[in-house]
Design a protein around this ligand. Structure first.
Ligand code: PEP
Ligand code: MN
Length: 339
């Protein structure tokens, strides 16, 4: 349920309702809107809960949350959420650009990429140190050494670091180096991992599972939010369909749909979404036109020699051209792309 406070309700009145909600065995989430404060009361509804809360001082109304996800819902928080993590801002009038290689491979590779993407206007650096690979015989990432290289690149360029965490017992280690913890598509429904990142102070980039519905994505986000971490960025990275010409199918309607259903910011990944370098620039531009709050793009100094996902990576020149194209669309949408 949502307890909608009256305009100008006092802090004491809000605090009192929070205590009432908790004494009823429900979890409370206070959301300060531009107009008024609302308190989401999450949990099993019991008889008389609504009536009992309605009689509280400063309460205007108590309404049910219709969506299965609660804290992520626009019903609870109509104002869009802007997630900030160092140099990265996603949401509002900014279109954040997270760019970098699929995997961190060497000092030279990650530093040269960080410099190039920063010069072209990226606002964060991506790079996997722990890689979820389909085959156990493929490159698994440089692990902590890779995290260290990402931190060095941040030190030099000022770019925030976005990197994947794959396991609950590696959350502390990755959070020590990263600004944004990426939950990969394969882990979208790893609920213990979602709870673990929900207990950190790092922003979370939650990728859609290739066969997950949008409601399942939002309910996965709910696991993070429910632990008290409000900084969740949703990522559409393509889903599995019957189509074989592209690696995945990239549904941009997701952006428009999510915009209506959730206040959380949305990022599109046209690299994994298409799996083909030649399709990435136009699909990045289309994502901006659909209203995305951010892009995540794979960029490599020499895609031909990449240890993972080279066939969908942009080289530096292609990245620069993609940024130019996307910037034109962003301007038309009265948004600012990148830095
Ligand atoms: C990645 O970002 O390199 C990655 C592994 O993505 P996904 O989890 O979307 O497959
Ligand atoms: Mn990749």
């Amino acid at each position: 349920m949502i307890v909608v406070m009256k305009k100008g309700a006092s802090e004491e009145e809000v605090q009192h309702i929070v205590e009432r909600v908790e004494s009823l065995g429900l979890k409370s989430h206070v959301i300060q809107g531009t107009e008024r404060t609302v308190i989401a009361a999450i949990g099993e509804k019991r008889e008389q809960t609504k009536e009992s809360l309605l009689s509280g001082a400063g309460v205007e109304d108590v309404v049910p949350i219709l969506a299965p996800y609660k804290v992520a819902s626009r019903e609870v928080k109509p104002d869009p959420t802007c997630v900030k993590a160092g140099s990265l801002e996603v949401g509002g009038s900014k279109v954040g650009v997270i760019a970098g290689p699929c995997s961190v491979e060497s000092e030279e590779q990650i530093l040269s990429t960080a410099r190039a993407v920063k010069a072209a206007g990226a606002t964060a650096l991506r790079g996997g140190a722990f890689k979820p690979r389909t085959s156990p015989y493929s490159f698994q990432g440089l692990k902590e050494k890779g995290l260290q290289l990402l931190a060095d690149a941040r030190e030099e360029t000022g770019l925030s670091v976005v990197t994947e965490v794959m396991a609950t017992d590696e959350v502390d280690l990755v959070a020590k180096y990263a600004d944004v913890l990426q939950i990969g598509a394969r882990n979208m429904q790893n609920y213990r991992l979602l709870e673990a990142v929900g207990n950190t102070s790092r922003a979370v980039l939650l990728k859609r599972g290739p066969s997950a519905t949008i409601d399942e994505l939002l309910l996965a986000a709910e696991y993070v939010l429910n632990e008290g971490n409000p900084n969740v960025i949703l990522c559409e990275r393509g889903i599995r369909t019957f189509e074989t010409h592209t690696r995945f199918t990239l549904p941009l309607a997701t952006v428009v749909y999510l915009r209506q259903k959730t206040h959380l910011p949305i990022v599109v990944d046209p690299s994994h979404g298409t799996g083909l370098t030649a399709l990435v620039p136009d699909m990045a531009a289309a994502s901006v036109a659909a209203g995305t709050d951010g892009l995540i793009l794979e960029v490599h100094p020499n895609p031909e020699e990449a240890m993972s996902d080279g066939y969908q990576s942009l080289n530096f020149e292609q990245f620069e051209m993609t940024m130019e194209k996307c910037r034109c669309i962003a301007t038309a949408m009265e948004k600012q792309l990148g830095s």
